[in-house]
Every structure is written in C-alpha cells, then in structure tokens.
Design a protein around this ligand. Structure first.
Ligand code: NAP
Length: 346
C-alpha cells in the first residue's frame, strides 16, 4: 500500500483517534479526520508533524444521515473510532446507543457509496466481548457480550450493538470492502489534548480518594500508542481479518496503588485500606450503591473476579508487541499532572 492513500479517521479529536492520526501522519499517509467543530478548535491535531501538508479536518456527526459521505470520498481506508465513551449518562438510549448504532450504519453506508474503500477498521472494545470477568474463562475474540442491556452497563451494550451491526452489514450487504475490528481493553497513556479520557479518569479517581480502599479489581490495560499502532497494522496487513483483542496485560488495583506509591505519587489521595479480600469485596458490593449507577454496577460485576484475556491473535497475525503496563501507567500519571488533572491531597 502506498502512503499516498487517503485514510479517513472518524472522531479524530478523541483520545485514541488523535494518536491514530499522529501515527498515520508519521508514516506518510494523507489523513481526513472527522470532527464536530470547526478546525480552529483542534490545534493539537493541526500542529502535528505533517499535518499542514497531509491532514484535512471535516465536520460530521454520527447521528446525521449522509454526514460521512464527503469524509469518505476518495479514501482507501476508514478507521471508525467515533462513538461516545461515557459512563453514568442520563439517557443511555440517546446518549450512547443511538450515536453508536446510527454512526456505524452511516459510516458503512458512506463507504459503500464512495466505492473506493478497501477496508474499514472498526474501533470496538472489550465491552463487546464481555461485561464481567469470569475467573475460569480466558476471553478470546470468539466471545461476545450477551449480558449488557440499557439498564446493565449501557456503554458496553452500545459497543456490542454497534460491532454486531457492523458485522451484520458486511454479511448482508457483501460490500467491496472488508471489516476488521480492534477490541481494546482499558486504554491509558498520554493524551494529545487537555481533554481527560474516561479510562485515564479512572486512574485519576484511584488517586483522588474516590474509592474507600484497594478493591479486588483487576483490569486489562493497553497503551494508547499501541492501540493506534494496532489500527495501522490492521490496515497494512493484507491478511488481517475478524476481531483483534488488543490487550497488553492484566493488572490488579493493589499493584497499581503499590506502583504509584513506590514511584513518588503518595502526595495524592491513594487508597490505604486493603479491601481486596472476601470481606472487603462484600463490603464494596454494599458500598457500591453509594457510587453513581454505572460505576456501582461495574464494581458489583467485577469485584472479586479475575479478568483473563488472550492476546495471541493480535501478536501472531498483526505482529503486535506491547509496552509494559507499569511504564504506561507512570507515563499516564505524569501526563495527567502536566495537564493539571491531579490535585495533591491537602
Ligand atoms: P473519546 O476521547 O471520548 O473519543 C470519542 C470520539 O467520538 C470523540 O472524537 C467524540 O467527538 C466522538 N463522538 C462522540 N459522539 C459523537 C457524535 N454524535 N458525532 C460525532 N462524533 C462523536 O474516547 P476514546 O477513548 O478515544 O474512544 C474512541 C473509541 O475507542 C470509542 O469507540 C470507544 O468506545 C473505543 N474504546 C475506548 C477505550 C478506552 O479505554 N479509551 C477502550 C476500548 C474501546 P467530540 O470530541 O466532539 O466529543
């Protein structure tokens, strides 16, 4: 593939998409990013090396029929990352599900109409694989989230519906392009803009006394720069196909807190009480009802369970290797300090 190809990146202003744009520009591609406001709001994108010559920003909203027609015209590759990533929203249907589903339908229709698209790389999520760890299960690309609903983990529900819609579209319409999905776990790392991503905000919360203690929780993490690389590898690897779980490693909340304390971040309100035992998990399930709705539900579904994820497919087929999560966590924290997202305890 020639770097003269035009690559469309939807939701270019987002935490992950901005790194995809950076990665594509570094590799010499022409990038057309879709955003919601006018270009002067996105200096963090337009000032990237190569942007002056090879980045174009166009406005498009997920909810608007035909909004992506112009963005996709002339593109060989489309990275569809735009989708609301929020928890504890007021109206899960209109705030999460509608934009995720309509956006998927709209972008794929535009790709058909453009006629020149060869592959769509769809940013899905671990959320479309499962919304609760099962201690005896190692999750792979074969797993689908069948438990989320509008009431139970609505963000996870929106991602599941959207990815299913994308695969159904390919099966039913048989377009000229193929589809590859990247399913990242919790994505952390330095941000290209001041905006605080929902996952980095969870690290901020751990450092800000939001949780009463260290819970028996563990998460799969991956660095945002690796997620960007995975998207580009899924584009340039002809044989890429299907879904790719994108996870570096799983790490326990206890390890995160210990690492941050050892690394000189004790000036922040890191939890001290160890609740990562059976009694602590029972207590946390009760206390979870004092948290916002989705956060509380997340705690109840995840506490006391071990998340296990198999990342062999992405390593073998796309040649991915991953940055160690501890390194990524420390960079994330330093980056949040730089942007003023962390306030030391008084
Ligand atoms: P983000 O920073 O919040 O980015 C979301 C992007 O979607 C933003 O560019 C946002 O535009 C755009 N968007 C939202 N609603 C829109 C609408 N109605 N019309 C047009 N654009 C809209 O989140 P992110 O973490 O980068 O997430 C990007 C993708 O990765 C999402 O699909 C998310 O589900 C997936 N993902 C994220 C993680 C993670 O841990 N971060 C993990 C797995 C999967 P504005 O800037 O204008 O709001």
């Amino acid at each position: 593939m020639k770097p003269t190809s035009i690559v469309c990146v939807t939701g270019a202003s987002g935490f992950i998409a901005a790194h995809i744009v950076r990665e594509l520009l570094e590799r010499g591609y022409h990038v057309r990013g879709t955003v919601r406001k006018s270009a002067e709001h996105y200096h963090f994108l337009t000032n990237l090396p190569g942007a002056k010559e090879r980045l174009e920003l166009v406005q498009a909203d997920l909810l608007q029929d035909g909004a992506f027609d112009h963005a996709v015209a002339g593109c060989e590759y489309v990275m569809h990352t735009a989708s609301p990533y929020k928890i504890n929203v007021k109206n899960p249907q209109s705030d999460l599900v509608d934009p995720a589903l309509l956006g998927t339908k709209n972008i794929l229709k535009s790709c058909v109409q453009a006629g020149c698209v060869k592959r769509v790389i769809f940013t899905s999520s671990i959320a479309a694989i499962t919304d609760e760890p099962e201690t005896d299960t190692v999750f792979t690309e074969k797993n689908w989230n069948t438990t989320s609903t509008l009431e139970r983990q609505p963000y996870q529900y929106s991602k599941t519906l959207a990815e299913r819609k994308a695969w159904d579209f390919i099966m039913q319409r048989r377009p000229k392009f193929d589809l590859v999905s990247i399913n990242p776990v919790m994505v952390i790392g330095p941000a290209l803009s001041r905006s605080l991503n929902t996952t980095n905000a969870m690290i901020r919360d751990i450092m800000s006394g939001v949780y009463p203690g260290i819970m028996d929780l563990n998460w799969g993490f991956v660095d945002v720069r690796d997620v960007a690389k995975a998207h580009v590898l899924a584009m340039v690897t002809d044989a890429a196909s299907g879904r790719y779980l994108c996870s570096a490693e799983t790490i326990h909340m206890r390890t995160i807190v210990a690492l941050l304390k050892l690394s000189g971040f004790s000036k922040y309100a890191l939890p001290n009480v160890d609740l990562s035992n059976k009694a602590g998990s029972m207590l946390m399930k009760v206390l979870s009802f004092t948290q916002p709705r989705d956060t509380g539900m997340y705690i109840r579904l995840n506490v006391g369970r071990m998340m296990r994820i198999d990342n062999i497919k992405i390593r073998r087929e796309l040649g991915m290797s991953f940055m160690p999560v501890k390194e990524s966590l420390l960079e994330t924290v330093k980056d949040m300090e730089k942007w003023g997202h962390l306030i030391p305890k008084s």
